[in-house]
Design a protein around this ligand. Structure first.
Ligand code: DC
Length: 220
């Protein structure tokens, strides 16, 4: 009999870190990966990489079919502190305004999601697991992850952190964050939500080391 059940990650040591923009996912995920000696994957950078490639090729991110056709041909390397797209260093550009303003449209494209989810699973399988950060890691990519964490913080705290990193007006950044949350959690394909069995951690006003310790305790 053919087994048609899709089971990804049951025998992998995947730690899924999901949550909204600016909640502190990257900081927590990197510190945790260091602590555990595991590799870390930032899947948001992959959606940004496709957005960067579309911009570079003059493809409108709102042209669903064109972006779907482009996605599988985009070569990317996503490593902590370095992202290349089709051989070009895109580390800074993927965090810039042009990409940030358009990435939600790319993340809502089902063909792009299918492409990137497959690449993310492959990344995990090749390494036997890792710390993987995104929006749908515990819900879609690795529903059998060893541990699922949903990281959150108040919109104000998230805006203050972003302003600390890249500057800007805190009220403007806060409304942009609220809008991106709305887009990410109301899209029809893989909306942002807490996975079944996930542990929610509010990082507002908390030290990274303390949060990592809390997660280590969950693993014990
Ligand atoms: O985490 P980030 O801000 O770099 O994510 C960029 C965009 O990609 C954001 O709109 C959410 C989306 N995203 C997603 O839909 N699924 C993921 N696994 C990661 C990010």
């Amino acid at each position: 009999m053919v087994n048609t059940t899709v089971s990804v990650g049951e025998d992998l040591f995947v730690i899924a870190i999901d949550g909204p923009a600016g909640a502190g996912k990257s900081t927590v995920a990197r510190a945790l990966a260091d602590r555990l000696g595991l590799e870390y994957l930032d899947t948001g950078a992959m959606y940004r990489a496709i957005t960067f490639a579309a911009l570079a090729k003059d493809v409108s991110v709102y042209d669903v079919d064109a972006v779907a056709a482009l996605s599988p041909h985009v070569e990317m390397t996503v490593e902590p502190g370095s992202v290349t797209v089709d051989g070009v260093d895109a580390t800074a550009a993927i965090r810039g305004r042009d990409v940030t303003e358009r990435v939600s449209a790319v993340a809502a494209n089902s063909a792009v999601r299918a492409d990137l989810v497959a690449r993310q699973r492959q990344w995990g399988v090749e390494r036997g697991g890792g710390v993987i950060e995104g929006r749908d890691i515990g819900t879609v990519v690795f529903p059998d992850a060893r541990l699922k964490i949903y990281v959150t913080a108040t919109p104000r705290v998230r805006a203050e952190r972003r302003v600390g990193e890249i500057g800007g007006d805190v009220d403007d950044v806060e409304s942009a964050i609220v809008e991106r949350d709305r887009l990410d959690s109301t899209r029809s394909d893989s909306p942002l939500r807490e996975a079944d069995g996930s542990h929610t951690i509010d990082t507002s006003g908390r030290a990274v080391a303390d949060i990592v310790e809390q997660i280590m305790e969950m693993l014990r």
